[in-house]
Design a protein around this ligand. Structure first.
Ligand code: PLP
Length: 395
């Protein structure tokens, strides 16, 4: 019954999800407080204003206006408020027509890829990366082209990038701040990327779309995250509130398609229709209104809570002898495995009740990802286990 196209997805079913399920089983056996599950990027910092917004909106708004269908791109006033907020913070000049509300970043990426890809078109990604991108590109018969990781800095390898751009390159995906490394690409990196893209567009006479996947934009620790549309004309931004308001289950985000993008009017229309024909129809209405409320009331997540977790875990792991780049954003540490096979390292860690995700799940074997979006107490309780693991490997 299952299609040939679906079968590879089933064969490679997410290792992250598998680890999460295993964590739940271990918690049932050993007690939740004795299992240190760092596998899933599920935000743990509540944003109570979201619930307040829901209650107020449900009380105030007329039933059919609140729960009915709307334009496939989402409520005009919500999009206008978001556009204004982006303009104020980043000096851009978007209006509601440049925004399409989506069912989270995952759906936004699918919408834009469906809108642009012909079979065989290539999409460049920089390892390590969120490998769900592979599935999204495959959905539209595109081909993923990977740039190998620079394991010193985890910045994009620009020489290899330039070499791998071909006439078939339709898009490039970057993710800033980055999952799984936590690094933030600064202005110089974005400018260098943009210069290469402009050169290659001219050389091949093609348009190459830079897709900036930014669910972690708000989770940056004192560093600036450049707004990429200002540096390269063919940029589309994919955003999500999953992490910035701790509501990944609610499924809400947006795409920004600037006027400067080649044939932007057509692309905006295509993306609105893609939202519909992919089956989303429109992003959920109540939660769109919650976003409106949160922007007007300047609601943000407590980023300091994640920063405090980063500081505690990063310094403890360094002291134990582990090697790891200090993250400037998101809520992940990407740690070098003390043995070449990082899956073996994960199995050893599991014996100490520590769950983390192998780097091969991000196209970067030899490393593991630790998601520190957990309680500060869990990190404190886990530190002796990390010390024992380090000792076991003679660090
Ligand atoms: N992109 C990256 C880099 C992510 O880490 C995630 C989720 O973890 C997503 C996209 C999908 O986010 P959403 O929950 O908004 O679909």
């Amino acid at each position: 019954m299952v299609s040939e196209k679906m079968k590879p997805f089933m064969a490679n079913n997410s290792a992250i999800r598998a680890m999460f399920e295993e964590g739940k089983k271990m918690a049932a056996v050993y007690g939740a407080e004795n299992v240190y599950d760092f596998s899933l990027g599920n935000p743990n910092v509540p944003v109570p204003e979201v619930n307040e917004a829901i209650l107020e909106i449900v009380k105030e708004e007329a039933f059919n206006a609140l729960h009915g269908y709307m334009s496939n791109a989402g409520f005009e006033d919500v999009r206008q408020t978001i556009a204004q907020s982006i303009n104020e913070r980043f000096g851009t000049s978007f209006s509601e027509k440049n925004l399409i509300m989506t069912v989270g970043a995952a759906s936004g990426l699918n919408v834009i890829l469906k809108s642009i890809l012909n079979p065989g078109d290539q999409v460049i990604v920089f390892a390590p990366y969120f490998v769900e991108y592979d599935g999204y590109v495959r959905n539209y018969d595109g081909e993923v082209v990977r740039i190998s990781p620079d394991t010193e800095t985890f910045m994009p390898k620009l020489d290899e990038f330039e070499e791998k751009i071909t006439k078939r390159t339709k898009a490039v995906i970057i993710n800033n701040p980055n999952n799984p490394t936590g690094v933030v690409y600064g202005e110089d990196t974005i400018k260098a990327l943009a210069a290469i893209l402009e050169k290659k567009e001219k050389e091949f006479g093609i348009s190459i779309l830079l897709i900036s996947d930014e669910p972690y934009r708000e989770l940056a620790y004192g560093v600036e995250v450049p707004y990429v549309t200002k540096y390269y004309h063919n940029t589309v931004v994919g955003y999500s509130y999953s992490k910035s308001l701790s509501i990944p289950g609610e499924r809400i985000g947006y795409l920004v398609i600037p006027d400067e993008v080649d044939e932007s009017g057509e692309l905006i229309t295509a993306a609105s229709i893609a939202n519909r024909v992919l089956g989303c129809v429109n992003a959920p209405s109540l939660i769109q209104k919650v976003i409106h409320y949160c922007i007007r009331h300047k609601v943000t997540v407590n980023v300091e809570a994640y920063e405090k977790n980063r500081d505690l875990l990063y310094h403890a792991l360094k002291e134990d002898g582990f090697t790891c780049a200090k993250p400037d954003g998101a809520f992940y540490l990407f740690v070098k495995s003390p043995v070449a096979d990082e899956k073996e390292f994960c199995e050893t860690a599991k014996k100490h009740h520590v769950l983390m995700v192998p780097g091969s799940s991000f196209a970067c074997p030899g490393y593991v990802r630790i998601a520190y979006c957990v309680s500060h107490e869990q990190i404190e309780r886990s530190l002796p286990a990390f010390r024992e693991i380090a000792r076991e490997y003679g660090l």
